[in-house]
Design a protein around this ligand. Structure first.
Ligand SMILES: [Zn+2]
Length: 233
């Protein structure tokens, strides 16, 4: 079983899941893969209203629908997957957010879109597996940018020297945007071990980059990103 959100599990009429290396798209969502919209994720802030299976969305990192039978899914490999559902299960959304999307305001864009037809307080959100503060070392310039642009405690943004806590930043932003029910689920994509303990649980862009720096023949992650998704049945 992939990562579990208590909040989403209580919502009627939906299926959701977070992928890992074993099942890039969780097994219980695979039957719906053909309905997934076509898109190119670009670390942007554009949200698309999805109304048809296989819809051509262009460059986008957030998706929302009230139409049953369409799998909304985002590809990640260290960035945050965020899965949203209205608590009555009648409207769902998914977001891909790395540090750039968080800084540039993709969560604010999603909140604005949700507030057009609903309100953020009546939704639940699950933040899935991503690079966590244990491993996500970045430049001091990037830490400084977060400190300057976001009105959040420095120890929340960076609990360790030059390490960024993407999930905590996302959660704080979501709470400020009126979401009250938020789960953080899933492990660190860089260091979580697989079930056997002999390898890694998730595909990680950061870990892969380090391997490729040491051994240029090591394969890249293309086609191996995990997917997180949600569908109204
Ligand atoms: Zn880690």
């Amino acid at each position: 079983m992939s990562d579990h959100s208590v909040l989403l599990s209580h919502i009627p009429g939906i299926l959701y899941g977070f992928g890992d290396k074993q099942a890039l798209l969780p097994a219980h969502l695979q039957a719906y893969e053909a309905s997934r919209p076509e898109k190119k994720q670009v670390h942007g802030t554009r949200i698309v209203d999805v109304t048809e299976a296989g819809q051509e969305c262009g460059e986008a990192d957030g998706f929302i629908t009230s139409t049953p039978g369409i799998l909304l899914a985002v590809f990640t490999a260290d960035c945050l997957p965020l899965i949203f559902s209205r608590k009555d299960g009648k409207e769902v959304a998914a977001v891909h957010a790395g540090w750039r999307g968080l800084i540039d305001g993709i969560l604010e864009q999603m909140a604005q879109r949700i507030n057009q037809t609903s309100d953020t307080a009546s939704w639940s959100v699950a933040i899935g597996p991503a690079a966590a503060a244990c491993c996500y070392e970045v430049s001091q310039e990037l830490i400084d940018t977060f400190m300057q642009r976001l009105d959040l405690p420095p120890s929340l943004i960076s609990p360790r020297h030059r390490h960024l806590n993407l999930a905590a930043i996302a959660e704080a932003k979501l709470r400020a945007l009126g979401f009250a029910d938020i789960d953080i689920t899933g492990g660190c994509t860089i260091c979580s071990p697989d079930a056997a303990g002999s390898g890694f649980r998730y595909t990680s862009f950061r870990r892969n980059s380090h391997q490729r720096a040491k051994d240029p023949s090591h394969p890249g992650i293309s086609g191996r990103n995990q997917q997180s998704g949600i569908i109204i049945l």
